[in-house]
Write a protein that binds this ligand. Structure first.
Ligand code: ASP
Length: 323
């Protein structure tokens, strides 16, 4: 019987990073090794019940992730997923914006096959690098029967794209799913599933195709920014952004999405002028609980960076997006 294919796409990150010294976990350069080298460094990958295909899509430190890479990534991911003999995909990615790429792909594609982002907190040259085990675990998840949706695997923990968030600056287990908790654990190559795989929203595939076409045609992405509510906040940043032509604003509010009154009044003015405004919270856990008389829409539980992506996609899909 033909072995199912797992496509491993490389985009860079610390998992592909190198340092001059094996004890240096900080003074390294991300995105140095190609995806072929990453796969070759894990002998167990060659022995698995899968056929691995590799593709180098980009080579960046993910702090520098940009729209061009995302546009190419979504096209390549949808191309590979459409192949009947591809069971799933793994994307090697930096940890800094992993949650944003994960949500971008989930919101656009809502795939019925697994797309597993994985990463490392230590460079490949470290005395004990975490990337090789993470890569092996990610391939195990991508090949797991029934797995679907965009997922993240790090330190033996499987997260869903909607919930995953980087919460630590240097620990190997740097991600959390907050209140929702992890989706699964990878245990010695097997999977212990704790809750259901992420479901694709109804009608997602058609919207996705429209959005992908838009990405190709309308080279300019709508400008969407994030502003923060804090002690002493005012409306100056919002007014400057509106003057600069911003199309959407996500505000990371305090607590339950509450806003400094000066910032709030500038946001209400922006909204009245046609800017789409969404209210998220700067709290790491919980979600904004809305009430019927809220003047500003809430982010439906999305973190500020993910709410920004949803707003971008909404504006991109709208017929009046700039050409
Ligand atoms: N700056 C790196 C990146 O996001 C950090 C990492 O991968 O851990 O590419």
């Amino acid at each position: 019987m033909d072995r199912k294919k797992i496509v491993v796409l490389g985009t860079g990150g610390t998992i592909a990073g190198t340092a001059a010294s094996a004890s240096d976990h900080l003074g390294y350069t991300a995105a140095q090794l190609g995806v072929v080298q990453l796969v070759a460094a894990v002998p167990a990958l060659a022995a698995g019940p899968w056929e691995l295909l590799t593709e180098q899509l980009a080579q960046v430190d993910s702090k520098d992730m940009d729209f061009d890479i995302w546009a190419r990534l979504v096209r390549r991911v949808s191309h590979h997923l459409a192949q009947a003999d591809v069971q799933g995909m793994v994307i090697t990615h930096g940890t800094d914006t992993l949650e944003e790429t994960a949500w971008f792909l989930q919101a656009l594609l809502g795939p019925d096959k697994p797309v597993v982002l994985t990463c490392a907190m230590r460079p490949a040259t470290a005395l004990a690098p975490d990337g090789p085990q993470n890569l092996l675990d990610a391939v195990a998840v991508a090949s797991h029967p029934g797995a679907c949706g965009v997922l993240a695997v790090c330190a033996g923990v499987v997260h869903g794209a909607r919930e995953v968030q980087k919460v630590h600056t240097y620990r190997l287990d740097a991600f959390s799913s907050g209140d929702a908790g992890p989706l699964a654990y990878v245990e010695n190559g097997g999977l212990r599933l704790l809750r259901n795989w992420p479901a694709a929203p109804a009608g997602q595939a058609q919207t996705a195709m429209k959005n992908i076409a838009n990405l190709g045609e309308k080279r300019r992405w709508p400008r969407v920014d994030i502003v923060l509510s804090h002690a002493g906040a005012d409306g100056a940043v919002v007014r400057a952004l509106v003057a600069d032509g911003v199309r959407g604003l996500v505000v990371a509010g305090t607590g339950n999405g509450s806003l400094h009154h000066a910032l709030e009044s500038a946001l209400l003015q922006a909204q009245a002028a046609g800017v789409k405004v969404v209210r998220a919270t700067r709290c790491l856990e919980g979600r904004v609980l809305s009430s019927p008389d809220d003047a500003l829409a809430d982010s439906q539980g999305l973190s500020p960076v993910k709410a920004r992506i949803s707003l971008l996609l909404e504006l991109l899909a709208a017929s009046d997006a700039p050409a």
